[in-house]
Design a binder for this molecule. Structure first.
Ligand code: NAD
Ligand code: LMR
Length: 333
């Protein structure tokens, strides 16, 4: 039995994500919470012939608590998206409070659940959730994940386009580490499962790296004030959630990149810190998943000089974003 919960379930990401979770036969209960429209979304999804029993909740009468009760996996896409000209950090002033308040109830009602944070700025919202859980003395770094899967999905798609075979894109693996905004997104093209053609020179490599780092801007621009990526994000979020659920159910050896607290695996975290040359607390790394969350943090692996320079460039923004999130909950930090 697996209960998945979506907080922000009536939104642009929330609805297709809820659909994909409802379509997943591993999910047996689906709790949907939003400040609007969840009864309608739940009624609609409940007619789909898959095992998950769907329930929608609104804030009155303890709706959030009811949604979270018995949760195994909680996915959070609640909050406002970007408009053209905005950075993800511009969303902090609204989304930080939304995520904090949701985390307060998670700490009380579902402290053992796996928490998958989508709301931006992920580099800061994950530390916010961690600090709230710490305040309630229920923080388990093995169970908290910033969802960076969309960066990996984009990298796979773009590389498959370059090798001119989109049929292979689901099998292309390009590790993307660091964080989830602009220069904090660090694709390691040298580790692509499908090597780039010999004609692909450093200029082309830099252009592709930029495209992966700023892929979100492409969608924000195209939607022209109508928000940011929703459908590709729902696909990526459902893909990551499925990996977490399969691991929770006992499947071994599942590895995926995610933005996590590096204490989730002391030894693995220290290896990554030595690879990046900095004692950062959060970084997107390859994590091996198990029944209790993160089993192991893997090393980033070999990087070329250009990729080393990308890691160096990511660190100052990540430090700022992390401390901004932490000090939002604990001003003394
Ligand atoms: P949206 O505006 O379409 O939907 C957000 C939903 O959150 C709305 O339905 C809204 O009612 C709900 N909400 C607001 N306050 C809430 C609260 N207190 N409790 C519960 N629900 C609440 O936005 P969207 O396009 O779905 O994007 C959501 C977030 O996801 C944004 O912050 C966006 O930047 C982020 N995002 C992250 C990634 C990623 O890769 N991690 C990708 C795309 C978007
Ligand atoms: C993305 O990468 O598409 C999301 O983080 C949304 C955004 O603001 O770009």
């Amino acid at each position: 039995m697996v209960k998945a919960v979506v907080l922000g379930a009536a939104g642009g990401i929330g609805q297709p994500l809820a659909l994909l979770l409802k379509a997943n036969p591993l999910v047996t209960a689906l709790g949907l919470f939003d400040i609007v429209n969840t009864p309608g979304v739940a009624a609609d999804l409940s007619h789909i012939a898959t095992p998950a029993k769907v329930q929608g909740y609104l804030p009155p009468d303890g709706g959030l608590k009811k949604a979270l009760t018995g949760a195994d996996v909680i996915v959070i896409p609640a909050g406002v998206p970007r408009k053209p000209g905005m950075t993800r950090d511009d969303l902090f002033k609204i989304n930080a409070g939304i995520v904090r308040d949701l985390a307060e109830e998670i700490a009380i009602t579902a402290p053992k659940a796996f928490i998958l944070v989508i709301s931006n700025p992920v580099n800061s919202t994950v530390p916010i959730v961690a600090e709230v859980l710490k305040k309630h003395q229920v923080f388990d770094p093995k169970r908290l994940f910033g969802v960076t899967t969309l960066d990996v999905v984009r990298a796979s798609t773009f590389v498959a386009e370059i090798v001119k075979d989109t049929t292979i894109s689901p099998n292309v693996t390009v590790p993307v580490f660091g964080g989830h905004s602009g220069v904090t997104i660090v694709p390691l093209l040298s580790q692509s499962s499908h090597p780039l053609p010999a004609s692909f020179d450093q200029t082309a490599r830099e252009a592709l790296t930029k495209r992966i780092q700023f892929g979100g801007d492409e969608v924000v621009k195209a939607k022209d004030g109508g928000g940011s990526a929703t459908l590709s994000m729902a696909f990526a979020g459902a893909q990551f959630a499925e990996k977490v659920i399969r691991a929770l159910k006992g499947e071994k050896g599942i590895i995926a990149p995610s933005y996590v607290h590096l204490a989730a695996d002391g030894a693995g975290g220290k290896t990554v810190q030595s690879e990046i040359g900095k004692d950062l607390t959060y970084f997107s790394v390859p994590v091996e998943l198990g029944t209790s969350g993160i089993v192991k943090i893997g090393a980033l692996g070999p990087t070329n000089d250009y990729e080393k320079s990308l890691i160096r460039a990511a660190i100052p923004d990540l430090e700022d974003n992390i401390s901004k999130g932490e000090s939002f909950i604990q001003p003394s930090k």
